[in-house]
Design a protein. Structure first.
Length: 231
């Protein structure tokens, strides 16, 4: 029997890291589906099988109110900031302030981002471009992906130079081949709290609660912190 996880891409690395120890402990395989928060919410509402769901804390609360998630089952995993990345080995651009960030983005030949309509980081990044007054100048160089993990995966594989990416820091840290430059400047900071909960249609609610405890409890604190979750 499998435990079915619907998860925001920001928690993909964490869920993946904990799958094997959970299976070794329980004998139950974990099947994860990952994507932009909007896409994951849509899948749940469309009736996708789900035992455990990981989304922003705000969306989890919304799903509790609508009855899609069991009340009293949610727990905070941690806070994740949005950051900037480059392919490992490339020079680190200056993103220390408004002017430096704008200059670095304008100099990039390609900008890798998650879905600008359904992902937390993608939506925010487009707003940052607008605040900087450079959205029109960078629009043709935006390379959008269903989620940040996919964006970072492609950034890691390309051989082009002068590329930059922006997504949740956890998706950067868990992707081999990309390097975190740093979080967005304080003026543009986005720190998103993620929670995990048991779905109302969970086939194995007791087992689901065990996985919720693992993702949010002390046993995974070091893994979460190493990946970019803050407490």
């Amino acid at each position: 029997m499998n435990l079915r996880i619907l998860s925001a891409g920001a928690a993909k690395g964490l869920v993946t890291a904990l799958q094997q120890p959970f299976t070794a402990d329980t004998g139950i395989d974990v099947q994860g589906t990952f994507g932009a928060v909007g896409a994951i919410k849509e899948q749940l509402l469309a009736g996708a099988p789900c035992d455990v769901i990981v989304l922003t804390a705000a969306l989890i609360e919304e799903l509790i109110k609508s009855g899609r998630v069991l009340a009293g089952s949610s727990a905070v995993i941690g806070r994740v900031r949005t950051g900037v990345a480059v392919r490992t080995g490339q020079p680190l651009p200056d993103i220390s302030d408004r002017e430096s960030l704008a200059k670095s983005l304008l100099a990039a030949k390609g900008i890798y981002i998650p879905d600008a309509q359904r992902s937390t980081a993608g939506i925010h990044f487009v707003k940052v471009l607008e605040q900087l007054g450079i959205r029109g100048d960078t629009e043709s160089r935006l390379r959008s992906y269903p989620n940040g993990a996919a964006a970072m995966g492609d950034l890691a594989q390309t051989s082009e130079a002068q590329l930059i990416g922006c997504t949740q820091i956890t998706e950067i840290n868990y992707t081999e081949g990309v390097t975190l430059v740093g979080p967005l400047p304080k003026e543009f900071e986005l720190a998103t709290v993620y929670s995990v909960a048991v779905c109302s249609n969970a086939a194995q609610p007791d087992v689901a609660r065990r996985f919720v405890d693992l993702l949010s409890g002390s046993a995974s604190e070091k893994v979460r912190a190493a990946g970019g979750f803050e407490f």
